[in-house]
Ligand binder design. Structure first.
Ligand code: SF4
Length: 402
């Protein structure tokens, strides 16, 4: 039986800005999800038997904050009225931050919403790609939103898409976060998805640039204890390398319905959320059905789902046989395999070489550098590897990270 862990809901496909690397094909469409569609989704999800205690909901895939706060107040009340008592919900917004005002801050705080703001670094770097339709940079509005969140003590993290320019500027990125009091950061890379072809991936040395960026960022963070509470790429790679042998890696992206996505019109998809909205005749454009017409629990039998599941599983099996990073990856991201290799039935992508292989290499290289075995180090010790000498290891052993 499927287990839904994450529900990605598109309240509107519209976005108020027009980033150069955006893959969302409908971002000028101002359609809005109806309350009936929200009710149909949640009543079916809650009745499906596919939940185990908790459910995370992300409002995303357009700019969610172009809709008014009252829209979400009504939606949250509606969802809560349908929620069985034994199911707990966590709401998250992924936003470009340009529309954050005091009313939004109050709403986020009242509802305990996890807020992720997309900011690509200081103005010079952010405005390269994150622009309005008229081509103007959006940094000033985004940073005003971030400062407002901080002033109202609303917890948030940032996601920064690394461009060729920012990969070459780890110190500038680090200084930016520290100067703005941003202590939880996630790095994404500009991917090739759908019709979007990554400019970064075209660079010959992109994998090495990513490795060097992460290494330098790690070194700087380790030299400034307390400035960062979470650096996703380093923390995740560390946790995966350190987990007990018997700890099975669960890859949500290759399990049917573990991540379930719905667009504003009620169309349902699964696996990588980015698939919803992309075109592909072989898989019925990745749409399994519509929540306003179909039963959620019937969608697992749809021919498109069966074809996707078979092909994605075959790709995972190839990864299991061929890739020495399988234990920390679980077979990768289907959308990247399809976009880069033309088929789910494949293994390596530029995306996985950067985000899985090079990030894992970095953790292993630093452990190696201090002359320890993986099992001899705690997570906290590994986090401090950037510069801090470990007990029993010489300062020189730790410093070559520079
Ligand atoms: S790192 Fe790449 S090749 Fe290896 S398991 Fe993951 S997706 Fe497959």
């Amino acid at each position: 039986m499927p287990h839904i862990q994450l529900l990605v809901v598109q309240p509107t496909p519209f976005c108020n800005i027009d980033c150069r690397y955006c893959y969302l094909p409908e971002r000028s469409n101002k359609a809005v999800i109806s309350e009936e569609t929200i009710a149909n989704l949640f009543s079916q999800v809650f009745a499906s038997g596919w939940l185990r205690g908790g459910l995370s909901i992300v409002w995303h895939a357009g700019e969610p904050m172009v809709l008014p706060v009252d829209f979400y107040r009504r939606a949250f009340r509606l969802i809560d009225s349908l929620r069985p008592p034994d199911v707990s919900l966590t709401h998250a917004f992924q936003t470009n931050g340009t529309l954050i005002d005091d009313a939004w801050c109050a709403f986020f705080a009242e509802e305990g919403v996890n807020v992720g703001v997309s900011v690509d670094g200081p103005k010079r770097l952010h405005d390269i790609n994150r622009r309005t339709r008229a081509g103007r940079g959006t940094f000033d509005k985004t940073i005003a939103g971030i400062r407002r969140l901080r002033a109202r003590a609303v917890p948030f993290h940032v996601i920064s898409v690394l461009s060729a320019e920012s990969l070459a500027a780890p110190r500038e990125m680090f200084d930016f976060y520290v100067s703005e009091g941003i202590d939880r950061v996630c790095f994404n890379v500009e991917e090739s998805e759908g019709d979007h072809v990554s400019r970064s991936f075209a660079q010959g040395d992109i994998e090495d640039a990513y490795y060097q960026f992460l290494r330098e960022f790690w070194r700087l963070a380790a030299a400034a204890p307390g400035k960062f509470s979470f650096i996703r790429e380093i923390d995740d790679a560390t946790r995966l390398v350190l987990r007990p042998k018997e700890g099975v890696f669960f890859n949500q992206l290759v399990e049917p319905f573990a991540i379930t996505s719905m667009d504003w019109a009620g169309n349902i998809a699964t696996f990588s959320p980015e698939l919803l909205g992309l075109k592909n005749a072989a898989y019925d454009n990745f749409v399994l059905g519509n929540i306003n017409r179909d039963r959620l629990t019937d969608l697992g039998q749809r021919p498109a789902l069966i074809r996707m599941r078979e092909d994605i599983s075959a790709g995972v099996e190839l990864c299991r046989q061929r890739c020495e990073y399988f234990s920390v990856c679980g077979g990768g991201e289907p959308v990247n395999k399809l976009s880069e290799n033309g088929t789910f039935v494949s293994t390596e992508t530029t995306y996985c070489r950067m985000t899985k292989m090079r990030a894992t290499d970095l953790v292993l290289d630093l452990i190696d550098l201090v002359g320890k075995r993986v099992g001899e180090l705690s997570e906290a010790e590994i986090r401090s590897l950037g510069v801090a000498p470990l007990a029993g290891a010489s300062a020189e052993a730790a410093l070559p990270v520079v």
